[in-house]
Design a protein around this ligand. Structure first.
Ligand SMILES: [Zn+2]
Ligand SMILES: [Zn+2]
Length: 296
């Protein structure tokens, strides 16, 4: 990766109840030489192999919350790394179920688990990390991933990943003018009651939140199987047109603005989606009006 690139690749976008061949919530944020995974769902390791990324190259893992679809791939990721490389895993206090599942790894040479609470922030290589408290029935966090070193005039590029949550003011605050908000959109509007009962968000709620935060673009993930991506896009576009629904292994690049661009805050980046397969010559998808956001 070139030193000025800043991107997120969606290894898995499925919610928990999807078929066994799909990969659940997992993404990889890359900036300069730093690679950070946000959640490690079912099938995450297989997806890394498809990207030709060596698991040993991952610098840190951020867990949004300890529901199975967000951490089930952690043991295979950790065991695929060389024994002498310790991987930092940041996340909320582990649930009992997660402790049982990960019991052999919690004190192993493979990983260092750091439990985060409150307002946690840390620099990790070329990326600055911050937590955002969210609302999901158990302790849960969204994550802000920003360029560690702001450019002189253009500021920092910034991605916010919500994890599973009800719509939260904390996300709006953290995502103000971010380049990209990756927000869960488990249910359509006609299943709004289920979203409320299961502490998830609807597509419309995610879009309303993106609009309120004035983000550059919104990526919808964690869409429940009964709700098609196309349907989700149509529903969201009515509220917030700069919306994307990435498929597994799609990548979103946040391009750096030219050096003479003046901006006071983040959120003015150039956002574009690169469809998988990314190994071939990149196909830039721009048939959709929401795929490009270049605001002045
Ligand atoms: Zn989930
Ligand atoms: Zn969850």
């Amino acid at each position: 990766m070139k030193s000025n690139e800043f991107s997120i690749t969606f290894l898995g976008v499925s919610a928990a109840s999807i078929n066994p061949f799909s990969t659940t919530s997992t993404c990889l944020v890359e900036a300069g030489n730093t690679k950070i995974m946000v959640d490690v769902g079912i099938g995450a390791l297989r997806q890394l192999h498809k990207m030709h990324v060596n698991p040993g190259e991952i610098d840190a893992v951020l867990i949004t919350h300890w529901h199975f679809d967000h951490y089930a791939g952690l043991p295979s990721l950790l065991k695929s790394r060389k024994r002498n490389s310790l991987l930092s895993v940041y996340g909320p206090k582990l649930s009992i179920a997660a402790r049982i599942y990960l019991v052999g790894l919690l004190h192993s040479k493979h990983a260092c688990f750091e439990l985060v609470q409150g307002n946690f922030c840390k620099d990790c290589g070329d990326i600055h990390l911050e937590t955002v408290p969210t609302v999901h029935g158990i302790v849960s966090f969204g994550w802000v991933l920003a360029e560690r070193f702001p450019r002189e005039k253009q500021g920092r590029r910034r991605i916010v990943v919500s994890g599973d949550t009800r719509p939260a003011q904390t996300i709006i605050d953290a995502a103000k003018k971010a380049d990209l908000l990756v927000h869960e959109a488990t249910y359509s509007e006609k299943h709004a009651n289920e979203a409320y009962n299961h502490e998830h968000s609807t597509v419309a709620e995610a879009a309303t939140l993106a609009s309120g935060a004035c983000v550059g673009a919104l990526a919808l993930v964690h869409i429940a199987h009964q709700n098609s991506k196309l349907g989700a896009l149509k529903e969201a576009e009515k509220i917030f047109p700069q919306v994307l629904a990435p498929s597994p292994l799609d990548r979103i690049d946040i391009d750096a603005l030219p050096a003479d661009t003046n901006k006071e805050n983040g959120g003015w980046g150039q956002v574009r989606m690169v469809k998988y397969p990314i190994r071939k010559k990149c196909e830039i998808v721009n048939h959709h009006p929401g795929l490009w956001c270049h605001r002045k």
